[in-house]
Ligand binder design. Structure first.
Ligand code: URA
Length: 259
């Protein structure tokens, strides 16, 4: 395992910032394997070192969490079947052998996809029982109709006969062919099939949040960012759908309108 800087190790696993860590080091408040470390750029072994900062043990974790802004044309599986795998977009320095996409986006779909090696977290965010909701913005062939709100709230029946859990949907203000939709289950092609059930057609779809984690505007299609362990805690926090739509409709509709 390559050595990493002490301040990087601690800041990724706690709320402490690098400057706070430097200050704690200066005051002799950080120990590694029992010895006081005065310099925050000291290299440590992230898997073996026992790090204590201001009296608290900073536990080593080997889980990795990567947020990808998925572009079209990539498949959300670990092997190339029907196209290149999203894993090919993970930069070399972030790759480990055990990474997999936590959840699926269709080959044509865009947006937030979590790639991790943490099976437990993946299970938690995918299980409908945990109610980790995902928000999508969709581009429709025909104008949004207000009746969709109640139909989706009551659990729309797909053409296959399957009934969906209640979901929230909202037209993007002044864009009658764009809508936000929030759901916490993940049936195959669910969003596309829900709109098909009300005789509309989704021509573009982008996932813009997973739980409390919002796709950052600065992350371009095909780009990845490593999430800090403290960011991962946000995944299981709920978002307020209406507030989200108000705040982010400008940003995400500008991206989707040209697709
Ligand atoms: N629903 C869909 O139809 N497609 C996706 O990629 C995600 C949700």
């Amino acid at each position: 395992m390559p050595l990493i800087r002490l301040d990087k190790y601690i800041s990724q696993r706690s709320q402490l910032t690098r400057s706070q860590i430097k200050a704690l080091c200066g005051r002799g408040k950080i120990t590694v394997d029992g010895a006081v470390v005065k310099s925050s750029d000291t290299k440590i072994d992230p898997e073996r070192s026992v790090v204590v900062a201001d009296g608290s043990r900073i536990l080593a974790r080997s889980e990795r969490y990567i947020l990808l802004n998925k572009p079209e044309g990539y498949v959300s599986s670990t092997d190339d079947g029907d196209g290149p795998s999203v894993l090919e977009l993970v930069p070399e320095e972030l790759r480990t052998k055990d990474l997999f996409p936590a959840g699926r986006l269709d080959k044509d779909s865009l947006g937030a996809l979590l790639i991790t090696n943490d099976g437990e977290l993946a299970h938690n965010i995918l299980s409908p029982k945990r109610h980790v909701s995902k928000i999508y913005i969709v581009k429709l062939d025909r104008p949004f109709q207000n009746k969709y709100i109640d139909i989706f709230k009551n659990g729309v029946e797909l053409r296959s006969g399957e009934v969906c859990l209640p979901v929230k949907v909202k037209m993007v203000e002044n864009c009658e062919k764009l809508a936000f939709i929030e759901l916490s289950e993940g049936k195959y092609h669910q969003v596309r099939r829900m709109f098909a059930a009300v005789d509309n057609h989704v021509s573009a779809l982008m996932r813009v949040s997973v739980g409390g984690l919002i796709l950052p505007e600065k992350l371009g299609f095909g780009q990845c960012m490593e999430l800090l362990h403290k960011d991962v805690e946000n995944l299981e926090k709920p978002l307020d759908f209406d507030a989200f739509c108000r705040e982010f409709s400008g940003v995400f509709s500008a991206i989707l309108i040209n697709k």
